[in-house]
Design a protein around this ligand. Sequence first.
Ligand SMILES: [Zn+2]
Length: 362
Amino acid sequence: MAGRLVATGQPEAVENVYARRVFPVVARLVSAATGWLPFSLSETIVIAGVIAIAAAGLRVLLRARWRRWTAASVAGGVARLAAAIALAVFAFDLAWGYNYDRAPVAALLRYDLAPAPADDLAALAAELLAQAAALREGLPEDAAGVLRLTDGRRGALGRAARGYAAPQLVHRLPVPHLSAPPKLVLLSPLMSYLGIGGIFIPYTCEANVNATLPDWEIPFTSAHELAHQRGFAREEEANYVGYLACRAHPDRDFQYSGTFRPRSTRWPRWPRRTGRPTAGCAGPSPPPSRVISPRSRRGIAGTRAASEKSRSASTTRISRPRGRRTACAATDAWWTCCWRSGGRAGTVEEGPRGTRRSARTA
Ligand SMILES: [Zn+2]
């Protein structure tokens, strides 16, 4: 813990010593030990731990062992518990925690973090929406018009790391090469109840993904968790690195998910210099706008008009629209306003049930 306090004020040292030398070695060793398992070892440990603690507590109660406790035995138990917690914190910091103190991603990418004008952000939002609509064209979908991953969720997770191997990303960010894929979690319904889309566990270096997410959200969520796995600890930076990985990914479904999902994501401040987050790391260019379907084109045109109208309004509370996949165009005005106001967006998802709030990632 003292080491973290010292590291907090030394981002360059942490970047050069820990993030680029120590962490990659630890991550490769741990992920090689756990990555081959077809299930989440961290989830198994959590389940076993909860059962063990419950069983121990029940045994104490049923056998009335607490009556035999003395002040010395309680103090000894508290000391052992404190030592176990301290050991867990030390292991957490060594395995991953110092990444919180590394240099910011914006500094690694040499971005100028001066706030961008609201108009630039609105234009960027509209551009990303148009790109998402273009990328969506031709992707497989079910009878209800909802995007489906051709190789299923597990297949998509197996392809997730390809974005992190793309030269566009590797040449710009220090991304350790790791082979462990993200894993689906058995307790996904519980994660959904808690509003969690994915979670990275440093002790096992496992990127866990909620299996109940809609197909279109799986690629970006897995890229987000893989960003954590590669040492980008801060949430908003994992979002941005995940976005870059999706845009650099060779597969179109990842490019679409990475472009569509950020409309509901809080990112770091945008670079003023370019007014766009890609800054040369955009990966394959999306198809030109002329391939956008007439339906999507009408949606974008209509919502751009609404966006213009909304710029003159002072309100930042925009009611969430309802719709299905073409809502990626129809949410333009709402998304733009939310973006400009810095508010936290609710989301519109692809799905026959219309809207729901998006799950968080951790
Ligand atoms: Zn996260």
